[in-house]
Ligand binder design. Structure first.
Ligand code: SF4
Ligand code: SF4
Length: 82
């Protein structure tokens, strides 16, 4: 997948699988630990929808984008159709 300058988030596609979170923590801290992840997921208990947030310190490595099989994460300037 071609790298871009900004990560695009599509919350509606997120299945909450946590692979992006675990990939991020492994890339950044060498461990599979959600608390060490820069990308965070919040689940709304009423709607059961997920909201993704990239917090401070993102290195734009793309590990989270590569991990997502649901097209919830991508590159902003990537020429793809959702
Ligand atoms: S691009 Fe940012 S949020 Fe995504 S895995 Fe890399 S450091 Fe984490
Ligand atoms: S953004 Fe993708 S990889 Fe991350 S939890 Fe949602 S579906 Fe899974």
């Amino acid at each position: 997948m071609k790298r871009g300058k900004k990560i695009r988030i599509n919350n509606d596609n997120c299945a909450g699988c946590m692979l992006c979170v675990l990939s991020c923590s492994f890339f950044n801290a060498g461990v599979f630990n959600p608390e060490k992840s820069i990308i965070k997921i919040n689940k709304n208990d009423k709607t059961l929808k997920f909201t993704l947030k990239i917090t401070v310190g993102c290195k734009m490595c793309g590990a989270c984008v590569e991990a997502c099989a649901y097209n919830a994460l991508g590159w902003e300037d990537e020429n793809t159709v959702n």
